[in-house]
Design a protein. Structure first.
Length: 211
């Protein structure tokens, strides 16, 4: 039984079947069979933004045949080998996913491309989200990919057109996000990027000798 990452070979390619046999304390993702560590504990900014987006999207989708899910949810992408067997070497846990085809949902998560994926960047995952995952989602036909930058309070929406992602305008806190997959979806980003005054919080903590 694999219980620690040190037992795995970082140069080896693994499949979802391997992934299912692991009993790791930390979360990992597989992209092209390669192991990627996930952030141990997202920041408060990250969690706040995720909660806000989840709530706004849930309200929009509640009367529609689509569901929104928050991490951790395994999203698996498969290929077919020469013998016609299904091979899964890509298993990721996006921050938020919207799925409209309920046939893709099973007890282990989602098998196939969600309609919308949202990733909220962190310093340790930004390279993976902007390169490996970008290419993975594009290749597998995820219609829309939102990339959120918590520190800069920006959102960039990538729309799949003729098999390639086309980025929209970089949106800031004072603007509205409009989806191409869901044309009547409009999100006021001031509701997503509510500012945190961490300096003030820190001073209050020091004042009351809590730190």
């Amino acid at each position: 039984m694999i219980t620690d990452l040190s037992q795995l070979d970082p140069k080896k390619k693994y499949t979802y079947q391997d992934y299912l046999t692991w009993d790791l304390k930390e979360r990992v993702e597989l992209i092209a069979g390669k192991i990627f560590r996930m952030t141990p504990a997202p920041s408060a900014d990250h969690q706040y933004i995720s909660s806000q987006l989840h709530g706004l999207l849930w309200s929009y989708l509640k009367d529609k045949p689509c569901k929104i899910f928050s991490a951790p949810l395994d999203v698996r992408f498969f290929t077919i080998d020469k013998e016609g067997n299904q091979i899964i070497e890509d298993t990721v846990q996006p921050d938020l996913v919207v799925i409209c085809d309920m046939n893709k949902i099973d007890r282990r998560g989602c098998l196939g491309a969600p309609d919308l994926i949202i990733e909220i960047l962190s310093p340790s995952t930004s390279e993976k989200d902007l390169t490996w995952k970008y290419e993975l989602y594009q290749r597998n036909g995820v219609e829309e990919y939102w990339v959120v930058h918590p520190e800069e309070k920006t959102l960039l929406i990538h729309t799949l057109i003729d098999g390639q992602y086309v980025p929209g305008k970089l949106l800031v806190r004072s603007e509205q996000a409009r989806s191409n997959v869901f044309p009547d979806l409009i999100i006021d980003l001031s509701e997503v990027f509510e500012p945190f005054d961490w300096d003030k919080v820190l001073e209050e903590e020091k004042k009351y000798n809590r730190i």
